[in-house]
Design a protein. Structure first.
Length: 363
């Protein structure tokens, strides 16, 4: 009886190879086909108004500072909020008809350091009730570096270089500065530990929020199921046009990257009505007309919070777009670089340090 020959599982092997190539963004060479990159990604099309967010309602303090508390966050142990540009003593970024100063909180080259320091005291007073509350800021550089902060850091002449900070010490505010990037605040209700993260597109690609929550777990024994988070105002998907290199960076890190990007049509009504008036001699793809690729950083960071283990209902989004609503927020892109800085701050109330740790108080 002739022996039967067993063929190797060629088809399954090729499927496995193709899967590996697909993960790397490549395709295997096949007869009659050229090897190389996968076909270009097709993005969902949208209009700018599809992403429009209403401006949040700011709370005005007695000292004139307008800031945004986190909806639903009003426990007896936690301070938290996002500043706006309204209130304060800075005038270098004001419009000519501005009747009062603004709340620039960054030590920028254009503003007076003494005025900025006083603005920070006014913000601390608005959020905590005491302008002498310690406020610790950072030297930010679009990284995923997160540092552990204590009261002694408030006395540093040169702030730590990082883009996130966390603490479990009561009586101080940890802060990050923004002028379009996304601020993210996180609090663990059981361990009473808090953190603030600065997430521009580079920090988002580097997973600063996921990394920061991991640091909180290691340092404080925090658990994602006990955490709540708030995503503050930043540049929205309605305005944040980026290049293909930004999508490539996201695609290299996130399987859902294509879901964060949309092709948005030009919103200029005059161009839509009279397109012939705006024809150019530029090569296809190099004109300023047509579609732009825009990314949703708010959703990108919400997805990171979910991936880190937070529950969907534990994540608050304050709303607002810094570029759309420049009467309320500073926008680096919207003002072509001539912008002040806002702050997202979070801290543990001083009296909360006397309470027993490990008790879970609701938010």
């Amino acid at each position: 009886m002739p022996s039967q020959t067993h063929k190797p599982p060629v088809i399954s092997t090729l499927h496995a190879i193709d899967s590996c190539f697909a993960e790397a963004g490549l395709v295997r060479s096949q007869r009659g086909q050229r090897a190389g990159l996968l076909p270009p990604t097709h993005f969902n099309s949208a209009e700018p108004e599809d992403f429009a967010r209403d401006a949040p309602v700011a709370r005005r303090d007695a000292n004139g500072v307008e800031w945004l508390p986190v909806p639903g966050w009003d426990p007896d142990w936690l301070w938290a909020g996002f500043s706006t540009r309204r209130g304060g003593g800075s005038r270098v970024y004001c419009a000519e008809d501005c009747a009062q100063g603004e709340l620039n909180l960054g030590f920028t080259a254009e503003d007076d350091a003494k005025i900025v320091a006083r603005n920070r005291e006014w913000l601390a007073e608005a959020v905590t009730g005491d302008r002498k509350t310690l406020l610790v800021a950072l030297r930010q550089f679009h990284s995923n570096l997160v540092v552990q902060t204590s009261r002694s850091d408030a006395d540093r002449k040169l702030p730590c270089k990082a883009d996130g900070q966390m603490t479990d010490e009561p009586g101080l505010l940890v802060a990050i500065q923004t002028a379009d990037c996304i601020p993210v605040l996180v609090a663990d209700r059981r361990r009473r530990a808090v953190a603030a993260f600065h997430a521009g597109w580079r920090g988002t690609v580097k997973r600063i929020v996921e990394a920061g929550i991991g640091r909180m777990r290691l340092a404080y024994g925090a658990r994602p199921e006990d955490m709540v988070a708030a995503i503050g105002p930043g540049i929205g998907a309605c305005c944040y046009a980026v290049g293909e290199e930004v999508f490539s960076a996201f695609e290299s890190q996130f399987s859902y990257a294509a879901e964060l990007f949309h092709e948005v049509a030009d919103s200029d009504g005059m161009r839509k009505r009279y397109p012939m008036l705006f024809l150019t001699q530029r090569a296809p793809g190099h004109s300023s007309l047509g579609l732009s690729l825009q990314v949703d950083l708010i959703e990108a960071n919400r997805r990171q919070l979910l991936d880190a283990g937070l529950k969907p209902g534990a994540i608050k989004v304050t709303g607002g777009c810094t570029q759309c609503q420049q009467e309320l927020f500073f926008s680096h892109r919207g003002s072509h670089g001539h912008a002040g800085r806002m702050m997202a701050v979070i801290g543990i109330r001083a009296q909360a340090g006397q309470a027993k740790r490990g008790t879970k108080k609701g938010l």
